[in-house]
Design a protein around this ligand. Sequence first.
Ligand code: AMP
Length: 484
Amino acid sequence: MKHHKPTHECGVFAVFGHPNAAVLTYYGLFALQHRGQESAGIVTANGSNTPFNRHVDMGLVAQVFSPADLERLKGTRSIGHVRYSTTGSSNLKNAQPLMVNCARGQLAIGHNGNLVNAGLLRDELEQRGSIFQTTVDSEIILHLLAQPTESGGVLAALRKIQGAYSLVMMSEREIIGVRDPFGFRPLSLGMLDGAYVLSSETCAFDLIHAEFIREIEPGEVVIISEKGIRSEFPFKVEKRAFCMFEYVYFARPDSIISDVNVARVRTEMGRELARLHPVEADIVVPVPDSGNYAAFGFAEELGIPYDHAFVRNHYIGRTFLQPTQLIRDFNVRVKLNLIKEAVAGKRVVVVDDSIVRGTTARARVVNMREAGAKEVHMRISCPPHKHACHYGIDFPDPEKLLANQCSLDQIRDYLGADSIGYLDVAGMVRASGQRESDFCLACFNGDYPVPVDPSVDKFIMERRRYGNLLTGDDDQPELFEPVR
Ligand code: AMP
């Protein structure tokens, strides 16, 4: 059975008050493409009482929008979204921004994150008659907003959802940006020619020449309208819990998060790693691109030459071939090729940002051995991944995480390396220049800032889709009650 994974590794973007809103959003999404490659979409509006324009499709930003599509996306307001999903299912229905027409008028939403009470809320809404069109948790927010009997509008709706969410929403009068009270995912505010811009990451501001104003605070709701911009803080903010893995891997290196450049943090992580697990070696080789900055910091700290011995093929895209053993082998090899002369006869340190299943690291050690490296030392610029993420990063189930199943020695042996060294939490936090209490470190230490009972929520989601999991019966209610 295929498990439903309500996972959102995504990027969001919005513009209010610019004649080229759609084009700016298109380029904004280009800069956020690393956050999601499955689908892309834009919804635009020209002010109150005019219909929203929407174009979404499966694929990369460059494939999804033709010049004619952008031409049709008229208006001065716009929200955009890129979505990543690992299922590979071509589910256009789930592509965002989602858009509805309801008692409150037209609404559109783009969501980055993952709600932890999605199943419960959806059950509740369906009991009250809501008809869901998609299987993404973001639609729940739209339904909450659309409830005509509900007072308090957006703030009341937001108080019901739990988990990770950076949102952009568009109503007939406003564009609204929201960051959950823990601030799991990034969201920033910029300005361009007097227009307001929201983006998951600041790298998109650089591209469109927008000025970075500030980050949206955890728990902040910014409301942008013809009247200007205002903020609401409807939640009790208990603690910050920014996702450390954004710094480690997910965010783009040229972005700034919490006033620190991401590449700089990665380089510092490499330096910390070198101090924690030094090794005598002839060269340091990054696994590109994810290991580049950490490897550079590692090499600098120990004064070892740094060499880009892996050459990356940038034109892979997604492969949909059935994963037979032969195909799996090609898939691992197609992305990177090794310059054998660079490593033959040498003691090599291979640096990557993380090990998830261990497939990548193992293949890189094999590459090194085949090329005649004398020693291969694996260094990883974050701690071992032992726990699931419930807040929007897509990791496999914990039993598939290498470090969840194996000791350090077993990992070293599985990879076939001469030694293995991971950065620790303290070093990672020092590299960020922030406090440990500012972060969500759940995937490393199992400490979940927002309580999750995945068994309950997942059970509800799956029962809905597959019938009753326990009995195998389909427990869908009958449409027509029998007449007695
Ligand atoms: P694995 O081969 O399963 O151990 O994956 C590790 C590689 O995938 C590393 O090179 C990481 O940079 C990268 N990676 C880590 N987390 C993710 C993620 N959530 N989605 C895609 N790639 C990832």
